[in-house]
Design a protein around this ligand. Structure first.
Ligand SMILES: *Cc1c(COP(=O)(O)O)cnc(C)c1O
Length: 376
């Protein structure tokens, strides 16, 4: 129940153990094609260039930025947490002329402030995190996307934690380059990064004056392996792709809307329970992520002691705070297979025990009772 990896479905783990075939084996090519079809459904896009980059979520971040950035390009990166900060660092390393917009950790950007910056900077690319896992805040994207496009720029979106947990409407919102990761709400082991490039992003890639500075993540090469040519580029992590294929199949069997609703339902129950125990959310009510619940650690409580007790006595992992939130928040994940009542209720009961052991006066049973009332 941390910020990822989330629990994996037994079918996904079983898929990992299937025989490893060659990366050009007809069976594997079929797995790839089916994965692309399913990824388009999950991303809600028709984008041809939709594939699973070999590497964790950060590889998708690197792919999305490095294919669109050439030395000297003007890029705006919106930073409101650790992962926005990582995007800014990458864009600078790629030689971009980076303007960083900042919001305090836990807040989100208004479309007005992005509009002002876009007008001032006239960037080629704007990059923003949808679900900031380091803070638990959900960034609305629809209006920002329109502002970016009206200025002729491209929008790169980090959907590592959002995809599969809350709606990510790539086509309806007009997002140009979007990446995710397998171990958050897709509930697979870490190792692949689903990426989708829309028509404007592909056109920008095709119009580059210089080669993509990363050979491994160069989509103009990688797309020949995932496309019709099937030209060898690198050896795909075969078994990880089996796992993603099975994870996506399970997701679509449940249904995208049903899955979003399940995340929300369990978040509402968890939140009622945590609040009944006297805990406060670190993020304003209108931008809380269902799949990542950041709460303030009660005064006088030892962060590590509680987390260690949860892990050793109950086998539950929750996350600590990152950056300026270190020692100030706990991050409780309800991602994918983790987002079920059994985990919500077990955590609330276990947390009551650990908080009580650390001198916090929790009303007995209040957390579990409040969550059960919501679940009913
Ligand atoms: C987890 C995460 C990443 C990085 O993914 P890795 O799989 O750790 O490389 C990037 N962005 C966000 C929002 C994340 O939650």
């Amino acid at each position: 129940m941390g910020p990822g990896p989330s629990d994996t479905h037994p079918h996904v783990l079983a898929a990992l153990g299937a025989p490893t075939v060659g990366h050009l084996d007809p069976f594997f090519l079929q797995v790839m094609s089916e994965t692309q079809v399913m990824l388009r459904q999950v991303f809600r896009t028709q984008n041809e260039l939709t594939l699973a980059v070999s590497g964790t979520g950060t590889a998708g971040m690197e792919t999305s930025l490095v294919n669109l950035i050439e030395t000297g390009d003007k890029v705006i990166v919106c930073v409101k947490g650790v992962f926005g900060g990582r995007m800014a660092d990458m864009a600078k390393r790629m030689g971009a002329d980076v303007t960083v917009l900042e919001r305090p950790f836990g807040e989100v950007f208004s479309s007005a402030e992005v509009a002002e910056a876009v007008k001032r900077v006239q960037p080629k690319v704007v990059a923003i995190v949808h679900a900031e896992t380091s803070t638990g805040a959900l960034q609305p994207l629809e209006e920002i996307s329109k502002i970016v496009h009206d200025a002729g720029a491209l929008l790169v979106v980090d959907a590592v934690t959002s995809l599969g947990g809350v709606p990510v409407e790539v086509d309806a919102w007009g997002l140009d380059a979007v990446y995710s990761g397998t171990q958050k709400c897709l509930s697979c082991p870490p190792g692949l990064s689903p990426v989708t490039f829309g028509p404007r992003a592909v056109a920008a890639l095709d119009k580059r004056k210089t080669k993509v500075s990363s050979w491994y993540f160069d989509l103009s090469l990688v797309r020949n392996y995932w496309g019709q040519d099937r030209a060898y580029h690198h050896t795909a992590p075969i078994n990880m792709n089996y796992a993603l294929h099975e994870g996506l199949r399970l997701l679509l069997e449940e249904g995208l809307e049903a899955r979003h609703a399940r995340h929300l339902r369990n978040h509402i129950a968890l939140k009622a329970g945590l609040q009944a125990m006297g805990l406060k959310y670190a993020v304003a009510a209108d931008c809380q992520l269902p799949q990542l619940n950041a709460v303030l650690i009660p005064a006088g409580v030892d962060d590590m002691k509680v987390r260690r007790q949860l892990l050793t006595e109950f086998g539950i992992e929750i996350g600590g705070g990152l950056g300026p939130m270190k020692g100030k928040t706990w991050r409780i994940g309800l991602m994918g297979e983790t987002a079920y009542p059994r985990n919500v209720l077990l955590l609330l009961g276990a947390l009551e025990r650990c908080l009580t052991a650390n001198g916090v006066a929790c009303p007995p049973g209040a957390g579990v009772a409040a969550a059960n009332a919501k679940l009913a």
